[in-house]
Design a protein around this ligand. Structure first.
Ligand code: SIN
Length: 282
C-alpha cells in the first residue's frame, strides 16, 4: 500500500491495494488515513456493485439515499450520480454535488463516510479528465479562524435543511429535487468535535445551512456568509481529478465537497456512491 499525501491539509492517494481482497491491517491503515486526511483516493480498483457494497460495509451500516430513482436496483445502498439517460430515464442523480455540502447534514445523525467509485469519467479532447470533485478541509478551516471568532461560534448551532439547496436553483430537466419529501430542519453545532479524531471542525455548507439558531436573521446570515467564504480558501482544499477505477472515500464530518460540471451531456460520467451512517454530532 503506497500512500502519497496531497500538499495541503487534506487528500491522499493510495496505490497497490485490491479492495475486495484487502487484509485487515491494510483496512485499518486505510480507515485511519481517511480520518487523518479527510479524503483518500484509492486508485486502480475493479469494483462491481456487490464488491463495492461488501467493502463499504466494513465502515458501518450503509444508508439508502432518499432519491429512489437513483439507487441501484440490485443494491439500493448504492446511489448513482450520472449525466447518462438509460431507456429514456436518468441513470442517477444529475445534480448531486452542485452546491458545496456534506452528505446527510439534513439528518439528525448525518452520514459519516462516503465512497464514490468512478465507473466512467468524461474527458476533454486533449484527454484531460473532466468532472473533478473539490473538497474543503473543515478542521484546518476551524483552526485558522481568529480566536474571537472561534469563541463566538463555539456555542452556536447551525440549522440545516435538505430543501435549502433546492430553493436556490431553478428546477431543471433531470433534477430529482421534487422527490425530496419530508425532512424537517435539524440543527448541529457550527463547530463540531470530530467523533474519531477529536479535532474541532466547522460544520456548515452553502447547500444545506439556512440559519444560525438564536441569532437575529441578518447577523446569522452574515456569519454564515463569512464562514462559507472562509472554508473555501484554497489552502484548506483538495481537488480530485478522476480516473476510471478510483474509489474516493471522504469523511463527511471533516470535509465539504462540490462537483465540477465542466462536461457536456455527450461526455458520459457514471459514478456510484456508498454512504455510511453516523451518529448525532456534538
Ligand atoms: C456527490 O455530491 O456525492 C457527488 C460528487 C461528484 O459527483 O463529484
Amino acid at each position: 500500500m503506497n500512500i502519497t499525501l496531497a500538499p495541503g491539509p487534506i487528500g491522499a492517494a493510495v496505490h497497490g491495494l485490491d479492495l475486495p481482497a484487502i487484509a485487515h491491517d491494510d483496512f485499518t491503515k486505510l480507515r485511519d488515513l481517511v480520518h487523518a486526511r479527510g479524503v483518500v483516493a484509492v486508485r486502480g480498483q475493479k469494483l462491481g456493485e456487490a464488491e463495492q457494497v461488501t467493502f463499504a460495509r466494513r465502515f458501518g451500516d450503509l444508508q439508502k439515499i432518499f432519491i429512489k430513482d437513483a439507487l441501484s436496483t440490485r443494491y439500493p445502498e448504492l446511489f448513482f450520480v450520472s449525466n447518462v439517460d438509460e431507456n429514456g430515464k436518468p441513470l442517477g442523480s444529475k445534480d448531486a454535488g452542485e452546491f458545496w455540502h456534506t452528505d446527510g447534514a439534513y439528518l439528525p445523525s448525518p452520514h459519516s463516510v462516503s465512497m464514490l467509485y468512478a465507473v466512467e469519467v468524461p474527458h476533454g479532447p486533449d484527454g484531460t479528465a473532466l468532472g473533478d470533485t473539490r473538497f474543503a478541509g473543515m478542521a484546518a478551516a476551524y483552526d485558522a479562524l481568529p480566536p474571537a471568532t472561534r469563541e463566538l461560534i463555539d456555542g452556536l448551532r447551525g440549522v440545516h435543511s435538505l430543501y435549502h439547496r433546492y430553493t436556490i436553483k431553478p428546477a431543471k430537466p433531470g433534477s430529482m429535487a421534487t422527490q425530496s419529501a419530508d425532512f424537517p430542519p435539524v440543527s448541529h453545532p457550527l463547530a463540531i468535535r470530530h467523533p474519531v479524531t477529536g479535532r474541532r471542525c466547522l460544520y456548515l455548507s452553502e447547500g444545506y445551512t439556512t440559519q444560525v439558531e438564536g441569532l437575529p436573521q441578518d447577523e446569522g446570515q452574515q456569519l454564515l456568509a463569512m464562514l462559507n467564504q472562509h472554508v473555501l480558501k484554497p489552502e484548506f482544499g483538495y481537488r480530485h481529478a478522476w480516473a476510471e477505477g478510483d474509489l474516493v472515500l471522504w469523511d463527511n464530518r471533516a470535509t465539504l465537497h462540490h462537483a465540477t460540471f465542466d462536461y457536456t451531456p455527450s461526455q458520459r460520467r457514471v459514478m456510484r456512491r456508498a454512504t455510511v451512517g453516523g451518529g448525532p454530532l456534538g
